[in-house]
Design a protein around this ligand. Sequence first.
Ligand code: CA
Length: 101
Amino acid sequence: MQIKSFREMMGLGGGDEGQGRQLSERIYRVLDTDRDGKVSFREYISYLNIMIHGDQQSKNDYTYSLIDIDKNGSFDRPAFSTLMKLFVGLWSNVTGNAIDP
Ligand SMILES: [Ca+2]
């Protein structure tokens, strides 16, 4: 699955700009576990399986990897703040309700 199809499928902004695009690209990178630049059907099903049937630690690991984008095992406040701004911006765009962070 290519990134554009992924964005459209996830409803995270099929366009070329905005928080939806940035957030979907982060999720796409997390799902691309073999780092070949594509999310295979197997990778996608594996992600869904963990999110639906996985234990809390596995779900936490996926969520953590959304923040720790350089995969060094830690993240700083700016990295966390960036992700939260993406979520808040996406929420505002989708709902039309502004959130004052
Ligand atoms: Ca892949």
